[in-house]
Design a binder for this molecule. Structure first.
Ligand SMILES: [Zn+2]
Ligand SMILES: [Zn+2]
Length: 157
């Protein structure tokens, strides 16, 4: 099915609005949908962003090829899964890059979380306290601090 607006690109988005006297149905490609402002309010989930990024294959992606199963990065992006365990190593850098883009995208949306930084600060403080407790050989205190650190998910304290 082609886009109702440009009658050129395949329709990717389907809108249906039921009004009292009629039902409006629209089949639009992504470009036309955003031109109409229909995509603005839509927040992408990290998975959707990943899927979108995965669709953006470049000529360079054809050249990144797994030495074991000969799957190219472009192919990996198309099928969305690895051909063999070696692919993981081969595409590692590229995938990291994708994940970084997702995080950046996340930040643009403004889903900022202060929890991470706060937790990091608490852990830092507790680690300092632990160090001091061990220095003055206050092992009971140290054990308590270790428990707190464990609550924060720190296992190596
Ligand atoms: Zn269109
Ligand atoms: Zn492979």
């Amino acid at each position: 099915m082609l886009c109702d607006d440009c009658k050129n690109k395949p329709a990717a988005i389907f809108f249906k609005e039921v009004l009292p006297d009629k039902t409006i149905e629209l089949h639009l490609c992504e470009d036309c949908a955003s031109k109409r402002g229909l995509l603005v309010t839509k927040k992408l989930t990290p998975l959707e962003i990943l899927q979108k990024l995965l669709k953006q294959t470049s000529a360079q992606d054809e050249k990144v090829i797994c030495p074991r199963c000969y799957m190219s990065l472009a192919e990996f992006k198309r099928v969305g899964r690895f051909g063999c365990s070696e692919c993981v190593t081969t595409f590692d850098e590229n995938i990291r890059h994708l994940i970084k883009q997702i995080h950046q995208n996340d930040r643009h949306i403004g889903r900022k979380s202060t929890k991470g930084t706060k937790k990091g600060f608490e852990v830092y403080k507790l680690r300092e306290e632990l160090k001091k407790a061990l220095e003055r050989e206050a092992y009971e205190d140290a054990a308590k601090i270790r428990d707190k650190l464990r609550d924060y998910g720190v296992e190596d304290a």
